[in-house]
Write a protein that binds this ligand. Structure first.
Ligand code: PMP
Length: 425
């Protein structure tokens, strides 16, 4: 059934039928939540062996007593893991505390106030600065910009990454744009992977940008595949080396959605010059990271084989949830003209685009029937989706039964909002 092919009488009949179904869900007083992308308890339990794994042996491989202060850039064995995840030599890796978001915040702050290339390079010297923000994107990236007063300029996402022609034009015409946010693999929220061409063009972007431009390469979902033969993401540092732009790339990842989300290890990958500059600043704020936790992680995940085997256990839990969401979207909304979505092969999200002007209405309808969704607009700078279309679905936390109910309500809300809009037109 194509919405656009229905006449007024058919629309009215459909609206009555959908409203009746909707009321029966409302009567069930459900409380379901598809908001934040967090691991479920079942996933968190996969890493409970971390607890007690050190069995009294606190020595890192280089003899460091991890219980004590020192080693700002992390112990060698955990840096090796971070290096393997990010595809970098260990000399280009810092292992930090529990959150890559903190490293992103700190690197933005460092670039703004200290300067990666000495005080003259600090962005604040140039007055008002801006970031390019591929949209839809990750709300917490946008919050960092908003907090520091950095103006955000949206750039459209495509199914192969940001629109690089538009981004290149934007950046080359405005030297006050100092950064771009990227989630290159299983992008938050659309789930797409940047193509080789996009990664290459991104690595070349700093050549046409203003001074001290930085690419914030948030590879949060680097190893979060749901399929056995995932599409690879090109290594941006390979292209950056060719383009001579290594100093413009800052890569981030963490074990947040590998082990325990609040108690993992975060990594920064950068040129040695950038790392040295960042560590100098970091040394003012800490005497060293939590190396005991780093050591626990290194013992639990000694190499990439161990990590991949562990991630397969996550996939076994997550894949049925993604399948459930996609089943309802495909069976109930494909070829109806009521929305669009991608079918991600990893990550934590599925993003749904309603017809223009309906995202808020769908989120409200779902909420009134007991399904909490991320607020419409959250995936855009300043919380403003100019077309009011994008809704981020995070299926990891609810059990499958709950998720099925939630998706029944979601597709019903989409249909009801779409039909009511068509009736009002
Ligand atoms: N980046 C992205 C794209 C994310 O989706 C998330 C978690 N939602 C994070 C970073 C947060 O990572 P961390 O826990 O390492 O701070």
């Amino acid at each position: 059934m194509q919405l656009q092919s229905l006449n007024q009488t058919q629309l009215q009949a459909l609206e009555r039928e959908l409203a009746e179904q909707y009321q029966s869900f409302q009567a069930q007083n459900l409380k379901l939540d598809l908001t934040r992308g967090k691991p479920s308890s079942e996933q968190l339990s996969l890493s409970d062996a971390l607890d007690g794994i050190l069995a009294g042996n606190y020595k890192a491989e280089d003899g460091t007593d991890c219980r004590n202060y020192a080693i700002l850039d992390g112990i060698p064995e955990i840096k090796r893991l971070g290096a393997a995840i990010m595809g970098l030599p260990v000399e280009q890796v810092l292992a930090g505390g529990n959150a890559s978001l903190t490293l992103m915040y700190q690197t933005v702050q460092h670039a703004l106030t200290i300067g990666f290339n000495g005080p003259d390079s600090a962005w604040q010297n140039e007055g008002k600065i801006k970031f390019a923000c591929p949209v839809p994107g990750y709300d917490r990236h946008f919050t960092i910009c908003e907090f520091f007063g950095i103006e955000m300029i949206p750039v459209a996402m495509t199914d192969t990454g940001p629109d690089m022609a538009a981004l290149t034009e934007l950046v080359s015409n405005d030297p006050s744009i100092k950064g771009v946010w990227c989630v290159p693999k299983y992008s938050n929220p659309t789930g797409i992977i940047y193509s080789d061409d996009v990664v290459k063009a991104m690595a070349e972007l700093p050549k046409v940008a203003g001074a001290n431009f930085k690419i914030f390469w948030d590879n949060a979902y680097a190893v979060h595949d749901l399929v056995s033969t995932p599409n690879p993401l090109a290594n941006i540092f390979d292209y950056a080396s060719q383009a001579g732009t290594d100093d413009a790339v800052l890569q981030f990842c963490s074990t947040s959605k590998v082990t325990h989300a609040g108690a993992g290890v975060a990594f920064l990958g950068a040129s040695q010059a950038n790392l040295a500059s960042f560590i100098k600043g970091l040394s003012v704020s800490t005497i060293g990271p939590d190396k005991v936790n780093q050591l626990r992680h290194a013992r639990f995940l000694p190499d990439m084989d161990a990590l991949q085997a562990h991630m397969q256990k996550h996939a076994a839990i997550l894949k049925p949830r993604f399948d459930m969401v996609l089943k309802y979207l495909n069976e109930d909304l494909a070829n109806t003209g009521m929305g669009e979505w991608e079918s991600p092969e990893g990550g934590y999200f599925i993003a749904f685009d309603t017809l223009p002007g309906l995202a808020k209405a769908v989120v409200k309808l779902a909420a009134d029937a007991g399904v909490k969704l991320t607020p419409a607009g959250a995936t855009f700078p300043y919380g403003k989706d100019p077309e009011d279309r994008n809704i981020r679905i995070a299926p990891s936390v609810p059990g499958l039964d709950e998720l099925e109910k939630a998706m029944q309500i979601f597709v019903l809300s989409v249909k009801l909002a779409s039909v009511r809009q068509a009736l009002a037109a």
